[in-house]
Design a protein around this ligand. Structure first.
Ligand SMILES: C[S@@+](CC[C@H](N)C(=O)[O-])C[C@H]1O[C@@H](n2cnc3c(N)ncnc32)[C@H](O)[C@@H]1O
Ligand SMILES: [Zn+2]
Length: 130
């Protein structure tokens, strides 16, 4: 249903290889389950290289896709995304926010706090800080 390809947003991205219906569970965001405290240390290290890999599960835990991640680690952020995320227990699902055409790049809103050093390139002139 999806594959990793070069993205116009940044580096690698993930694209639909067939039409995806609205609300379909597409893929889980895999990665090592770590504490929030450990994540803060790692995120600082990753951000120095402009990388965001840690996804918050809840108040206590985070998944770090840099360790044990799957293809979902290559899904880019957009401020007008075509996917959304849903946390069920320990699992983070990436789901279709609307029907997605074959060939479209998958995106979701990273919902970061904006203190990172990555400038958003989801569309010309966006420039929001991720
Ligand atoms: C989870 S990875 C996504 C895959 C990434 N494109 C790659 O090639 O490894 C997150 C990183 O992708 C880049 N990225 C994702 N969405 C972006 C966006 N909207 N604008 C600029 N960079 C973005 C940033 O460098 C961010 O640290
Ligand atoms: Zn943007």
């Amino acid at each position: 249903m999806i594959e990793k390809r070069h993205s116009r947003i940044q580096g690698w991205g993930v694209f639909a290889t067939e039409p995806i219906p609205k609300n379909r569970r597409i893929v889980t965001y895999a990665g090592e389950k770590i504490t929030n405290k450990e994540s803060l240390k790692r995120e600082e290290r990753y951000l120095k290289r402009g990388h965001i890999w840690c996804f918050k599960l809840n108040r206590l835990y985070v998944r770090d896709a840099a360790v044990g991640g799957n293809v979902a680690r290559y899904i880019n952020h957009s401020c007008t995304p075509n996917c959304y995320t849903q946390v069920i227990g320990d699992t983070i699902w990436i789901r279709a926010a609307r029907s997605i055409r074959k060939g479209e790049e998958l995106t979701y809103d990273y919902s970061t706090d904006g203190v990172g050093s990555v400038r958003c390139r989801c569309r010309p002139g966006c420039n929001v800080m991720l």
